[in-house]
Design a protein around this ligand. Structure first.
Ligand SMILES: [Zn+2]
Length: 49
């Protein structure tokens, strides 16, 4: 499943082909920094500042 939810605003986020485990990505909706904790299935965690 290449789809996950933003832990902050709960929108669905589709995995970008360039994403790698451990990368920090930005939620397109709320701008939260999210860590890609797993790629398959896609899991996103809120990044710690
Ligand atoms: Zn969000």
């Amino acid at each position: 499943m290449a789809l996950s939810e933003c832990p902050k605003c709960a929108i669905h986020i589709i995995r970008h082909p360039d994403w790698k485990e451990g990368m920090v990505v930005e939620c397109p909706e709320c701008g939260a920094k999210l860590v890609v904790s797993s790629l398959e299935p896609l899991e996103l965690e809120e990044a710690q500042e």
